[in-house]
Design a protein around this ligand. Structure first.
Ligand SMILES: Cc1ncc(COP(=O)(O)O)c(C=O)c1O
Length: 484
């Protein structure tokens, strides 16, 4: 083995290693140097370089290293420096050191592949018409920063540690009052639970259902496909229940044998229909008869543009409905708070299931959200959003009528962050969405959210782009669809 060490001025100094028998196929070359001006201690410099050589494969499993004396002399450092570096690397498993034998690269070491450059799973596209994206550019940063600052200034020190697993009591009180007022919910702060997102609570409840012996959970068909993924991940069977112009078909639900059902009553994803009053009553009757659980996903309940928002189903049957919502559509995912209203009998098991995750919704952020709501900022932001979204929705509807007349909008109220456009029979909506992505327009195909075959379509978000961009995006989409 040949060691090339360098002294500070960079002059290479060749040191021939003549240790005991070595079984190396070729003569690896160690490029070692230490720099006395480097703030890092000499032994750490040596460790880093040797570690790097082992990782990259320049030093392979079984390669011998020079004795501490030889290397110390070649580098002009004390033997203690080399001994310390070798011992550290031996403790980490890179080198093996045995009495009377040369230090070697550990036998189990395999060179590591060079890393691929990091690749985003969500490439940024020129136009974002995905259905779940709010107007992130319109996020009320100044007001949020003010609430964050207040929360950091005033938070008691225990808010920085592990708090009540249900969430900070003050936020729970504020949320319960907000949900009574804004969503007509039967909210009690003792049964209000805070987490990091809708998903966190939903996954926790799925796991809890499974632990109680539940086997099957029903979802809307079509329905938001992450519902299906989360249920599936919890090891439960998922069964789709058709949705018509009044929402979930409760008769069909009754035939599934499911013990729980996930619904989006205020604004069905992805058709946009509202669960009608008759169906609401039927659904509650189903839950009472079957002792079933209704999981209400109220992801965008306050965002209604043609009339006042329809209240939460939970208000009708607080002991049968688990209400779930989050700040993702109302503000932004980054705020990172999910909240739930649990039936009294489910509050403790769900708290336990959430505590296992020890998940999101940090204490100070919770107090910031409380401040934000108490100051009226959430109401103000939602009022502004409703005006902006109504205009963007109108721009999308108009652009589709002019540029893609073959797309038919479902007869749904003006609400939420998306519209559903169905496409002529025989259209492959997934292929169209892929072509749109290549053209720089992000959309979701309806087939992604289906369990059974049905008409093709696109779920088109309108909240994230301003009106002129919506028009340009639809023009590109029309090109991809062949102009139709
Ligand atoms: C129907 C529906 N439910 C729930 C959520 C998710 O909320 P969170 O971001 O809090 O997990 C979304 C977000 O896209 C959604 O579209």
């Amino acid at each position: 083995m040949v060691i090339v060490s360098m002294v500070e001025d960079g002059t290479p100094l060749l040191v021939r290693y003549t240790g005991p028998v070595v079984s190396v196929s070729s003569d690896p070359v160690l490029l070692l140097r230490v720099d006395r001006d480097d703030p890092l201690a000499l032994h750490e410099q040596l460790e880093r370089r040797l570690r790097e050589d082992v990782r990259s494969g320049r030093l392979a499993a079984g390669d011998p290293l020079p004795s501490t004396r030889t290397l110390a002399a070649s580098l002009g450092v004390s033997r203690a420096v080399v001994t310390e570096a070798y011992s550290q690397l031996a403790a980490e498993g890179y080198l093996s050191m045995r009495q009377g034998a040369p230090v070697r690269v550990a036998a189990a070491i395999r060179a590591q592949e060079p890393q691929q450059p990091a690749r985003s799973l969500l490439p940024r596209m020129a136009y974002d018409l995905r259905p779940g994206v709010p107007d992130l550019a319109g996020f009320p940063r100044a007001a949020w920063v003010r609430s964050l600052r207040t929360a950091w200034r005033d938070a008691p020190s225990d808010a920085l540690g592990e708090g009540d697993p249900r969430g900070h009591p003050e936020l729970r009180r504020t949320l319960a009052a907000y949900l009574r007022r804004a969503r007509g919910a039967a909210a009690d702060s003792e049964q209000t639970l805070v987490s990091g997102s809708f998903h966190e609570t939903f996954s926790a409840v799925c796991r809890w259902l499974r632990s109680t012996g539940v086997r099957r959970v029903a979802v809307e068909d079509p329905g938001w496909h992450p519902h299906r993924l989360a249920i599936d991940h919890a090891g439960l069977d998922v069964v789709g229940v058709p949705v018509d112009h009044e929402g979930l078909c409760v008769d069909a639900l009754a035939e599934t044998g499911a013990s729980a059902v996930v619904v989006t009553p205020a604004h069905h994803f992805p058709t946009g229909v509202t669960l009608g009053a008759r169906r609401r009553a039927e659904l509650v009757a189903w839950a009472e008869r079957e002792e079933g659980l209704i999981i209400e996903d109220d992801y965008d309940g306050e965002l209604r543009y043609d009339r006042g928002a329809v209240g939460a189903l939970q208000g009708l049957a607080a002991e049968r409905v688990l209400y779930l919502a989050s700040t993702s559509k109302r503000l932004a995912r980054e705020v990172g708070i999910g909240y739930a209203l649990a039936p009294s009998w489910l509050t403790w098991p769900l708290t336990e299931a959430l505590a296992v995750e020890a998940g999101g919704g940090g204490g100070v952020t919770q107090l910031a959200l409380r401040d934000f709501i108490e100051r009226g900022e959430l109401d103000r932001h939602l009022r502004r959003s409703r005006v902006a979204y109504a205009a963007r929705r109108a721009a999308l509807v108009d652009a589709l009528a002019r540029r893609l007349p073959s797309a038919r909008l479902t007869d749904a109220p003006a609400a939420g962050l998306f519209v559903l456009a169905t496409l002529p029979e025989g259209t492959d909506d997934a292929a169209l969405a892929a072509r749109a992505a290549e053209a720089g327009v992000a959309v979701e195909p309806l087939s992604l959210h289906r369990y059974t075959a049905g008409p093709a379509g696109l779920v088109l978000g309108f909240a994230a782009e301003a009106e002129p961009s919506i028009d340009r995006a639809v023009a590109l989409l029309a090109d991809c669809a062949g102009g139709a």
